[in-house]
Design a protein around this ligand. Structure first.
Ligand code: 7TS
Length: 403
């Protein structure tokens, strides 16, 4: 994999901040976009733009074709059985909220239970808490050990005959832990319980195959996979999606409307009320083309090298503690340096041109479990280099000495 050549595809990486070359290590929050993705947005607005699924005219048909081809690209990317199982949403958050609402309506009543884990992003906690209020369901939480691994025996014990769904993150956005999702799914399925995986931090780094996982629902965001903002995916097995009621009402999601009665459209449109972001879906397909051309296996290997190297170098820094030391980790490293507030570290690194994320990373319950307020987080992507990690390590050490 030629990283120098890859970097040339991302114009933003050439810019400076505060007169220093940008070192972008906040890929867990969002990734930068290759030229092909940005150009796709401009090209489609300039040459194709028209609303989808409604016009007989040339442009509408062409826009519809691009939009539906993108759905097929996503299907192929995660190896879903049918493009009817690919629902476009605004992002992971919207996808989980959609599912929480629809599952709540169709399958949950007072006293029913949903199992999540200690390391969830708020977007896989709060939608279920809203269901606690609305439907009287109960939330149960899989604990973890100090390395950041879920306790599987405890998970088994949480399952009861009232469990209606297991909803856990595939990869933790703070700890980097790659959860044993196949085992999690197997255990749930043995009890006849469906599983939702939040794949927001997994899809950019691992080859995800929803059929191999046998997962019932899977969510992710395009903007974390080198695609545009405003597009996400809810994958669901067709049999499940067929059982669920619509989420929102409006155009696109109907078959026939009268004032007396409305019938709903077929999958996936039943869940896609209103004009979709068809410009975004085309650009997302370009992002998928881009990373598939490089090869997900090559991207994973490169990021693994970066993560191993950074972990080793971090351990040379006096007083630095890494949060998340599971043996199976993705390219995310959270850390703190003794005596230095995460916010101060992040601010000083920023002045040196290094973009890292600081804070609770939308995982406050996990912070409570770790007994801290927040961390500094470096997260790597396809275009990061060992030299950037050397610079990060050197600057962290310099900040440490300043304190
Ligand atoms: N789930 C996980 C595991 C995430 O990491 C994030 C975003 C989301 C869900 C929500 O995704 P969205 O696209 O709907 O916003 N995580 C982060 C992060 O770690 N830093 O900024 C956003």
């Amino acid at each position: 994999m030629d990283v120098t050549k890859i970097r040339e595809d991302f114009p933003i990486l050439e810019r400076e901040v505060y007169g220093k070359p940008l070192i972008y290590l906040d890929n867990g929050a969002t990734t930068q976009k290759p030229r092909a993705v940005v150009e796709s947005i401009v090209d489609e607005y300039y040459s194709v733009n028209s609303n989808v699924h409604r016009g007989v005219h040339f442009l509408s048909q062409r826009a519809t074709e691009l939009h539906e081809n993108s759905r097929e690209s996503v299907r192929n990317f995660i190896n879903a059985a049918s493009s009817r199982e690919i629902i476009f949403t605004r992002g992971t958050t919207k996808a989980i909220n959609l599912l929480a609402f629809c599952m709540g309506e169709a399958c949950m009543k007072e006293g029913d239970e949903v199992i999540i884990s200690t390391m969830e992003h708020h977007s896989n906690i709060v939608p279920w808490q809203l269901l606690e209020t609305r439907k009287g369901i109960r939330l149960k939480v899989i604990p973890m050990n100090d390395r950041g691994e879920l306790l599987m025996d405890e998970y088994r014990n949480l399952i009861t005959d009232r469990t209606r769904l297991v909803s856990v993150t595939h990869v933790s956005n703070v700890l980097g832990t790659i959860n044993p999702v196949k085992e999690i799914i197997n255990i749930a399925h043995q009890a006849g319980i469906p599983v939702l995986l939040d794949g927001a931090q997994a899809v950019p780094h691992l080859q995800v195959d929803v059929r191999d996982l046998d997962v019932d629902f899977y969510t992710f965001s395009a903007h974390k996979v080198y695609g545009p903002t405003g597009i996400g995916v809810l994958y669901g097995k067709e049999a499940w999606l067929d059982r669920l009621p619509p989420y929102q009402g409006g155009g696109e999601m109907i078959q026939k409307v009268t004032f007396e009665k409305t019938t709903f459209n077929e999958l996936p449109y039943k869940f896609e009320a209103g004009t979709p972001d068809y410009i975004g879906t085309t650009a997302f397909a370009k992002a998928i083309d881009y990373i598939t051309a490089i090869g997900m296996d090559k991207i994973a290997a490169h990021e693994h090298t970066l993560t191993e190297y950074a972990t080793r170098r971090f351990k040379e820094i006096e007083g630095l503690r890494i949060y998340g030391e599971a043996p199976h980790k993705s390219s995310i490293i959270s850390f703190l340096v003794a005596g230095i507030h995460h916010f101060d570290m992040g601010t000083l690194l920023d002045r040196l041109g290094i973009a890292v994320r600081t804070g609770h990373h939308c995982a406050q319950p996990l912070m409570q479990r770790l007994g801290i307020e927040g961390t500094v987080r470096a997260s790597f992507g396809v275009y990061n280099t060992l030299q950037e990690i050397d610079a990060l390590v050197a600057w962290i050490d310099r900040v440490r000495k300043m304190f």
